[in-house]
Design a protein around this ligand. Sequence first.
Ligand SMILES: [Zn+2]
Ligand SMILES: [Zn+2]
Length: 326
Amino acid sequence: MNVVTIHTDAIIQVKVPLPFPLRWVNAYLIRGSRGYTVIDPGLHTPEAEALWEQVLQEQGIAFEHVEQIVLTHHHPDHYGMAGWFQERTGAPVLLSETGYAQVQLLWGAEQPMSQLLLELFTRHGFPAAELDEMTKHMVSFVELVSPQPQVTLLREGPVRLGDRVYEAIETPGHAAGHLVFYDAEAQVMFCGDHVLPQISPNVSFLPQVEENPLGAYLHSLQEIGRLEVKMAYPGHREPWQGFSARASELVRHHHERLALMEGQLSAPQSAYEVCRATFGDRLSMHQMRFALSETIAHLILLEAEGRIQQVDPEADRVYYVAAASQ
Ligand SMILES: [Zn+2]
Ligand SMILES: [Zn+2]
């Protein structure tokens, strides 16, 4: 596997290792006359540190040549090394306001998101006996995003990356506040995890963030799928052509999954039961967290569309049933 791929005079792809089945996250170095922009530097692990030191040395890039670190979204596999880079370069770290709000919920003082998620999962049928393990899993991410950077807020609109001006476009769904960077003239997009080749990006419900994340995702996929994109540079897997077709495929995939889950609810079930029926019962804690959040996101959309309903909206535990079977 090539760790470094030089795509154009200005765009260098760097595969930063991940200790997850995804295997790596793509960071991009964009060369410009004022220095380098680093997009999504990766998860903070000793392996990633060693890789970056080696890659920068081989490419002849000193830390002081880095002018900015730009994040498509706040997920740890993209944001985690931003603070490490900032310590060495003094460069600003740019992230959307919604992304930064989640950084504070997830890894700020008291990390309120852990508790909110555990309460959410419990309400949706996650077994009490496994809560400790889930808590440990969530806490384990803090060191993978530390030290945390000083963040400069990045808004929708023009943003200079290297010597070209891109349009930052908010594309919620996979992550609230997710931004893609689009160069309309060159028809190039850095699409983060919004649209990925081969992989269906996770769409999670998170308390206090977005009421209907899958609804937001399908809407933004349809919007973004209309843009002319010759080359898309994703957060995972390889840069590819055929961005619009892939966006449509993802919309279809979610409609199929919605129909499948609706079909499973001819008798009342919790989100946890629907999750195991959909994703299987051999998930690691890491996979379970995302599978359950994704199931909840689907059920919320089905409920918003009136296709399923809560059996007893007043009860502590949420059970859903298909509207058609009432
Ligand atoms: Zn992500
Ligand atoms: Zn990612």
